[in-house]
Design a protein around this ligand. Structure first.
Ligand code: BYC
Length: 314
């Protein structure tokens, strides 16, 4: 079968809604797009642990600390499923980690912002996990089996993350004037980066043509963003918080909330490496890689010894 015929059969399979599984023939660019997206997603989970980890020792109660610890552990788990999903496409995890620590690979823009107060932990759960869930429930319908199935479990865990974040911020917003001001300040700082996190507007999204044709993404960045906005604005109102956008208005005809202009210059600066915490995040991952080297070495030697013992016994 020639390549054009193979590509046609592949596209027919995608168009009929069937999943593509590991080791099946896929066009080279499908493989590349998936490795790019899944590895960026995995890196985001791992880097995302850093701003939250910043507050573990300062959580205001045992209950909040236990919840935060559980959430951060979940993020590590998500990273692991995702690196495994990427490996089904024939790439080594070490290669992907190398791309992260050398700054070649992207990870989500959102994690280049600092967590300045305890309320930021609530804002991450409510807004960042909220945006992630809306995106990832869409990705769970995607064409690549191992990635879409990882999304199912991840989304269940993200729902808990989202609720704990909203509960935390809601409680602060009903507290003392200082607590309410802290919650509002967190919303002010995290709202626009959360909106940007869902990717460039459709007109500027260079990968969407391919990723949507192959149903890696089944909806566009702007569609997902609008769904996130529509679900989040009423939640802010219920908590007595104000979305920091003077142009925000509800369109009765379309049934959607319309927002003001997004600052794409800020977004592109952050993804180019010039956000407030890019250097710090990268340094933390480089140090972790360096400090963990002896563990990896020891595990390798142990595995080799066990394998040699087995061969001898056989
Ligand atoms: N940040 O053509 P486009 C979490 C890049 S973690 C950085 O529209 P695409 C959590 C994009 O990569 C959840 N870069 O791309 C963890 C591309 O550059 P390259 C993270 C971004 O792929 C811990 C260029 O801009 N979720 O929830 O069609 C604690 C043009 O974009 C960003 C995922 O990773 C960004 N925000 O669509 C708490 C989901 N946006 O690669 C919570 C998986 C865009 O060509 N990824 N870029 O050099 C996706 O769904 C898609 O990749 C995107 C972008 C919707 C993000």
């Amino acid at each position: 079968m020639d390549i054009a015929e193979k590509e046609k059969q592949f596209q027919d399979k995608i168009d009929s809604g069937q999943k593509i599984e590991a080791k099946e023939w896929v066009p080279e660019n499908y493989r590349k797009q998936l490795i790019r997206m899944i590895s960026q997603h995995a890196h985001s989970e791992i880097v995302g642990m850093l701003p939250e980890g910043n507050w573990i020792t300062r959580a205001p109660s045992l209950r909040r600390k236990a919840v935060l610890l559980a959430k951060i552990q979940d993020e590590a788990g998500h990273g692991l499923y995702l690196y495994s999903a990427a490996e089904t496409l024939g790439v080594e995890r070490g290669e992907l980690i190398d791309q992260l620590i050398t700054g070649k690979a992207k990870y989500s823009s959102i994690f280049n912002y600092p967590t300045l107060t305890w309320a930021d932990i609530g804002a991450i759960g409510w807004l960042v996990d909220g945006a992630a869930i809306v995106n990832q429930t869409m990705l769970a319908r995607g064409s690549y089996g191992p990635y879409s199935r990882a999304m199912v479990r991840i989304c269940k865990e993200e729902s808990f993350h989202n609720r704990q974040g909203y509960e935390l911020l809601y409680d602060l917003a009903q507290g003392t004037p200082e607590q309410k001001a802290m919650a509002q300040d967190a919303l002010n700082r995290w709202w626009w980066p959360s909106i940007q996190m869902l990717g460039p507007s459709d007109a500027d999204s260079k990968n969407s043509g391919e990723t949507m044709r192959w149903r890696i993404k089944v909806e566009s960045n702007d569609t997902v963003r609008q769904r996130f906005i529509d679900r989040t604005v009423p939640q802010a109102e219920a908590a007595g918080l104000t979305i920091p956008d003077p142009d925000l208005k509800f369109n009765e005809e379309t049934g959607h909330w319309e927002i003001g202009e997004i600052d794409w210059t800020e977004f592109y600066q952050v993804i180019k490496g010039y956000g407030p915490c890019n250097k710090k995040r990268l340094r933390a991952r480089q140090e972790a890689e360096h400090e963990g080297e002896w563990v990896r070495e020891a595990a390798k030697v142990y595995a080799e010894k066990q394998a040699a013992k087995k061969t001898k016994a056989a």
